[in-house]
Design a protein. Structure first.
Length: 160
């Protein structure tokens, strides 16, 4: 009986402490903004819109992060892959110069304009869907063998 009680108590303790360790943050730190990346995976298509710079260095994918509020120069990668035909996908790079007021959450968003050819990309307020950046139309192209130095230079000019 004691061992059963001990097992139940241990499981309950692990469950409660495990959930408390998750990085669930609902409020944005004072003087900061949170930028969320967008990943939309459907049975036919995978779309990702994400910041590809962090600490002014190139990264593959990143989690949602908080940055100091104010004027930002952001480099955004767009990847679209057709999962039905198992294609390599198409990509584009977009640059935003935008002022982001403190205490808000923003999400990178986009809409396909032409089947695998053109996409509109923007930054919007996460809570009310208000567009806070210019809407940039960009052509999606086959992944290029862009030298790492170009991406590195773009990230060095980034504010994040």
């Amino acid at each position: 009986m004691k061992s059963r009680l001990l097992c139940v108590l241990s499981a309950l303790t692990l469950t409660v402490s495990g959930c408390s360790l998750l990085p669930i943050e609902t409020d944005v730190k004072e003087g900061f903004v949170r930028i969320k990346n967008q990943y939309d995976n459907t049975p036919n298509r995978n779309e990702s819109i994400f910041l590809f710079c962090h600490n002014q260095r190139v990264i593959e994918h990143q989690t949602n992060r908080e940055y100091p509020a104010g004027q930002h120069n952001l480099w955004v990668m767009v990847n679209v892959a057709d999962t039905v035909h198992n294609s390599a996908g198409r990509e584009a790079v977009v640059n935003f110069n935008v002022d982001l007021p403190a205490g808000k959450k923003y999400i990178l968003n986009g809409q396909m304009l032409d089947q695998n050819a053109e996409m509109a990309v923007w930054i919007e307020d996460f809570d009310n869907a208000e567009v806070v950046s210019p809407i940039v139309k960009t052509s999606l192209k086959n992944p290029s063998l862009v030298p790492y130095q170009l991406r590195k230079k773009q990230c060095e000019s980034s504010s994040v």
